[in-house]
Design a protein around this ligand. Structure first.
Ligand SMILES: C[S@@+](CC[C@H](N)C(=O)[O-])C[C@H]1O[C@@H](n2cnc3c(N)ncnc32)[C@H](O)[C@@H]1O
Length: 294
């Protein structure tokens, strides 16, 4: 990587951004200008609009050095969220690190479905489970909004749970978000009103074809759904009947093409449920929703 940042003492903020965007473009990064600006904003402590106000000002040597190091990491295709250590999700911001999947915009659809259902249930306590909680994205977003919501948030990964704990503390939700190390529902005998799960759903053989940011940096445990992609979801479906309260709602995130298989499995496990497949904003199958009919 050529580095005029180190060789050219009078480079400006704008010149630094242009240099970084060129480097990131060469390395195949998708949004090179945006990433360059966000990395310089993080290094300098400025917002992106402040960077533009200081476009022609000289970039101080200490900022230059730190910025160049972050650009190098991004050039190796390390995800921006891991470099910055944070990611916005719905209306909150979460700490993230390589122990957890970076929360995706698609998962906001699951959150919206849960929010719509919870809006009619604010009068009494609601008991929810977030299976495969990762950073805690789903559990924290919902518990942050609904003070009557209690979430059992489980993950198999202790490293993910350690990070989720910090996110729970950040939003002062220790009283209502209970983190547990569990293979699916195996560590609890509780019954829930709402079960949500964004479990790994990619077929194992597709993992090698993913972009480097995902394949090389995100945890395999968060991605690998076995031969057809639905092995973990299938195991959860079998466990659900002994963990649901009457009138419970189940929301499972899936990948395009898994809707009919997963809705069949869920329908077989919960014969009294009304089951539907919901598309995301791109029109792709994204959620299987099952509501127990009392
Ligand atoms: C796709 S990530 C989702 C993380 C988070 N819920 C989100 O939406 O951003 C799946 C998570 O499930 C966890 N996981 C995988 N298999 C599991 C299992 N059998 N039981 C519990 N958690 C599991 C992984 O460690 C990972 O954190």
């Amino acid at each position: 990587m050529t580095n005029p940042l180190m060789e050219e003492p009078l480079i400006s903020f704008g010149g630094g951004i242009r240099w970084a965007a060129d480097e990131l473009t060469r390395c195949g990064v998708e949004d090179p200008i945006l990433d360059a600006e966000l990395l310089l904003a993080a290094t300098s402590g400025m917002t992106r609009s402040q960077l533009h106000l200081h476009w022609n000002d000289a970039l101080p040597a200490d900022i230059r050095q730190k910025f160049a190091a972050l650009v190098q990491r991004r050039c190796r295709r390390e995800p921006l969220a891991y470099i910055l250590g944070r990611r916005a999700f719905y209306d909150i911001e979460l700490e993230v690190n390589p122990a957890v999947l970076i929360p995706r915009p698609e998962t906001e659809l699951l959150v919206e479905q849960a929010l719509a259902w919870l809006t009619d249930r604010t009068a009494c306590a609601v008991w929810a489970a977030d299976i495969g909680t990762g950073s805690g994205a789903i559990a924290i977003t919902l518990a942050h909004r609904f003070t009557n919501l209690h979430v059992w948030a489980a993950d198999r990964s202790l490293a993910a749970l350690a990070l989720a704990r910090r996110n729970v503390q950040r939003y002062h939700l220790e009283e209502r978000v209970n983190l547990a190390c569990s293979d699916l529902l195996s560590a609890t005998t509780a019954h829930f009103d709402l079960v949500m799960a964004n479990l790994p759903y990619l077929p194992s053989e597709r993992l090698v074809d993913l972009q480097p940011e995902v394949a090389q940096y995100e945890p395999r445990l968060a991605l690998d759904g076995g031969e057809l992609g639905i092995d973990v979801i299938a195991r959860l479906c079998v466990l659900l009947p002994s963990h649901l309260n009457p009138s419970a709602l189940v929301l499972l995130e899936i990948d395009e093409g898994q809707g009919s298989r997963v809705s069949q499995m869920l329908g077989a496990a919960l014969p009294d449920a009304s089951v539907s497949v919901l598309p995301d904003y791109a029109g792709l199958e994204r959620i299987v929703r099952a509501e127990l009919i009392p």
